[in-house]
Design a protein. Structure first.
Length: 201
């Protein structure tokens, strides 16, 4: 009976507690957004606090279940790419530190098990956000530059559509990558395996 309840609980977690499910792996990501050139955790900005509360309610619930294996907890600090590289490194580290304080205030997960990364300008994340926005002018050309161009990407983007493409990205996309994020992966396989049927006497 207990094993059956654990199976049901795990299935409910698959539906309710993650934005991505691959086989028996639950994965979710929280992004904390910051104003330009700022590393201050602004709770109302882009619903930071409400989304953080929801994320950590799920994360803490999963980690409270005995037998679950946490595969990865990773945080990344990021700046939008238009800034000076040296400043971007400073601001992205500061944003990661701000997220670290949020984690400590909302979870008892051991800090020693969390991987911290500083990416400065995350062109991969920028490409994802651009790709998700159908209003970006000359989107496919912009994605080609962001993903593949090895020179000055911003200077190259400014040549597309008389600058219209870059300035759309500047005003509408950059605010979505001025962030720090935490991602967790939890393995539910120990709970999801359907219990062996009990032979009838």
């Amino acid at each position: 009976m207990v094993s059956r309840l654990r199976y049901i609980l795990a299935c409910l977690m698959l539906v309710a507690f993650s934005t991505s499910v691959r086989a028996q792996i639950v994965e979710d990501t929280l992004r904390i957004y910051f104003h330009k050139e700022s590393a201050i955790y602004n709770r109302p900005y882009r619903d930071n606090e409400a989304r953080a509360e929801e994320f950590f309610a799920k994360f803490n619930a999963l980690n409270s279940v005995s037998g679950l294996a946490t595969l990865k907890v990773e945080t990344v600090g990021v700046a939008s790419p238009e800034g000076d590289p040296a400043f971007n490194e400073i601001i992205s580290k500061a944003r990661m530190a701000a997220l670290r304080r949020v984690i400590r205030s909302k979870s008892e997960f051991p800090d020693s098990l969390i991987r911290y990364k500083n990416l400065r300008a995350d062109w991969g994340e920028l490409a994802k956000v651009v790709d998700a926005d159908d209003n970006v002018p000359n989107k496919q050309r912009a994605l080609e530059i962001i993903r593949n161009y090895e020179g000055d990407k911003i200077a190259k983007l400014l040549t597309v559509g008389w600058g219209k493409t870059y300035w759309y990205i500047y005003h509408n996309i950059y605010p979505k990558v001025r962030a720090a994020r935490i991602t967790y992966q939890v393995d539910l396989s120990s709970l999801i395996a359907e219990p062996e049927p009990v032979p009838e006497d």
